[in-house]
Design a protein around this ligand. Structure first.
Ligand code: DGT
Ligand code: CA
Ligand code: CA
Length: 575
């Protein structure tokens, strides 16, 4: 059996969770979390062999973690994780899956208050025992009450796209290589580039002689398979990800691609248009009576309905069908149109690589400028920069710029928005930077009114350029904080300042719906990798995908502008 990066990351993340419930050393916990984050962002699979030395060369992986990776690759299990699972009661581990509850909360509940499972937590909330307990403000208590009132099935987990990809791509490659299979595509929400996927939908084009479903029975990552005949199957992969599979003939492939890419609502719109023209649209084709008007190619299906071809990212019934009828779909942003990246970390704070290496990697990613935005010194941030260290980093950037042609490094910082909306670095320091990113990294559970007032106050600061990951969500881990986005968009537009689309696989923040709303408010977006290591410039792909789902064009994006224009837009924020 094969171990994917996502499996190793999940194991390390679980170790970190369990260790922090136990109150273990914060440094040790952080090492596991950073390793997990690094593994999730690697563009290639690492499970090549069982020699720990190979893994020790990865950023942030020391001898201990390297031997754990080797053990996982060799045995599929980790002794130390199994031990932790025995030590931490199942009820306490289950509490971690509740929205808004991190390991520190769970430790407070379990060790401090003897609340060891959902039932006990429900009782404690009802009895008002958590009022006044540190970290359990009214917003979090309300969220927990709501979550505990929902039946467990509704909390069924969706997988972040990046994790699904680590299973989807090998599955597609495997099926594409089965003799007689002409095409293999992962369709459904995966093809639409949605931030999370419920299941994978696999579409194959194959003639009668091929039997890909029989071949699939020998697939190493297969958990279970439920097939009915040679054209239809459903199953689960070893990591619990479910899939549906359909095999169709070439003359229907385009229609099936359209049908199973969805969304369901987009498909319904198309069928309404077909119906109005006296036609019938199905996964087999577009028909007038028995005559097939289109079906082989997806473009033909749209064209035969009088529609421009709709990029999969837009197929959510958010106005795209009407736009396709008028031939007025937006010219969606391309990755190749990004000129720079305005949110990047180095090992001066919590990144893995040096300034010089990050700059080389940015150039290699096809960019022509990059802003270095290490963290300000503040509680909870490792080695945050103070004024002195930031000044030295600025000198190093000047020296680099003096040596380079055709590439520019901008000076920036990612500064915490403190609880009251003030910033964690003094104005005199901020004024010397080319740009200032601000972000919420604490006090996630303020009321909507307080959180909104806090963030808006930060944006009023004359040095602030960009609000990073505006909702604060972490997919599968942390809900977005409550914030009045209408007011945020209005404020960003009039100030002006810019809003980030953070491409970290677990953030993808702003989300698609809010990207569209921000653009409609006339707010410019900064698409950012938030790279903490050289590989993570690949996060820009995720930011672009998300922005496309929000209808973003080149002109909506701050860092799609050439440097001179960017500089003008940066100056425009200086109040
Ligand atoms: P997911 O899996 O929750 O992330 O979302 P999807 O969009 O992949 O949904 P899924 O897997 O249930 O179905 C895949 C596609 O198949 C869906 O996007 C459109 C099509 N489809 C499925 N069920 C229906 C249906 O009842 N009516 C129509 N028109 N299309 C459907
Ligand atoms: Ca699906
Ligand atoms: Ca499905």
């Amino acid at each position: 059996m094969s171990i994917h990066n996502a499996d190793i990351a999940a194991a390390f993340e679980e170790i970190a969770d369990l260790l922090s419930i136990q109150g273990a050393n914060a440094f040790r916990i952080r090492a596991y979390r950073r390793a997990a984050q690094m593994l999730r962002s690697l563009p290639h699979e690492i499970a090549a062999g069982t020699d720990p030395a190979v893994y020790a060369s990865l950023p942030g992986i020391g001898a201990d973690l390297a031997s754990k990776i080797a053990e996982l690759v060799r045995t599929g299990e980790l002794d130390s994780l199994n031990r932790l699972r025995r030590e931490v009661p199942a009820g306490a581990r289950d509490l971690l899956s509740l929205p808004g509850l991190g390991p520190v909360h769970v430790r407070t509940l379990v060790s401090g208050l003897r609340i060891g499972d959902r039932a006990a937590l429900r009782q404690a909330l009802a009895a008002g025992r958590l009022a006044g307990v540190r970290g359990f403000g009214p917003a979090l208590r309300g969220r927990l009450e709501a979550a505990l009132a929902r039946p467990a099935s509704e909390a069924a987990r969706r997988l972040p796209l990046s994790q699904a990809a680590q299973y989807a791509e090998p599955l597609r490659d495997f099926l594409a290589a089965v003799p007689g299979v002409e095409r293999a595509e992962i369709v459904g929400s995966y093809r639409r580039g949605r931030d999370t996927v419920g299941d994978l939908d696999v579409l194959l084009c194959a003639g009668d002689a091929a039997d890909p479903i029989a071949a699939l029975r020998g697939y190493a990552d297969l958990g279970a398979l439920n097939a009915s005949g040679r054209t239809k199957a459903a199953g689960v992969l070893r990591n619990g990800l479910a899939f549906d599979l359909r095999v169709v003939a070439a003359e229907s492939f385009g229609a099936a691609l359209q049908y199973f890419t969805g969304s369901k609502e987009h498909g319904i719109r198309l069928r309404q248009i077909a119906h109005a023209r006296g036609l019938k649209l199905s996964e087999y084709g577009l028909f007038r009576g028995k005559q097939r008007l289109a079906g082989r190619r997806e473009e033909d299906v749209y064209a035969a309905l009088g529609l421009a071809w709709v990029p999969p990212e837009l197929r959510e019934d958010r106005g795209e069908v009407a736009a396709a009828e008028r031939n007025a779909l937006p010219q969606l942003l391309l990755r190749s149109e990004l000129r720079g990246d305005l949110h990047v970390h180095t090992r001066a704070t919590d990144g893995n690589d040096s300034l010089a290496d990050m700059v080389s990697a940015a150039r290699a990613a096809g960019l022509s400028y990059v802003a270095i935005t290490d963290h300000s010194k503040h509680l909870g941030i490792v080695h945050g920069l103070d004024a002195g260290r930031l000044a030295r980093q600025c000198d190093a950037i000047d020296a680099l710029n003096a040596r380079m042609r055709g590439f520019t490094v901008l000076k920036g910082a990612e500064v915490d928005i403190l609880a009251d909306g003030s910033l964690a670095l003094p104005d005199s320091v901020l004024a010397q930077l080319d740009l200032v990113i601000v972000a919420v990294h604490s006090h996630f559970d303020l009321s909507e009114a307080k959180q909104t007032a806090r963030v808006l106050r930060a944006l009023e600061h004359p040095c602030v350029t960009i609000l990073a990951h505006p909702s604060g969500r972490l997919l599968g881990e942390r809900e977005p904080y409550t914030l009045d986005f209408e007011r945020l968009f209005a404020a960003a537009r009039s100030r002006p300042c810019y809003l980030e689309v953070n491409g970290q696989p677990q953030r993808l923040d702003l989300d698609d719906v809010r990207v569209k709303a921000a653009i409609e408010h006339g707010v410019l977006l900064s698409l950012a990798s938030d790279a903490h290591s050289v590989e993570q410039f690949a996060n820009l792909d995720g930011a672009v995908r998300q922005a496309r789902r929000g209808w973003a064009r080149r002109t909506d994006v701050l860092n799609a502008r050439p440097l001179a224009e960017l500089r003008r837009l940066l100056r425009a924020t200086r109040g």
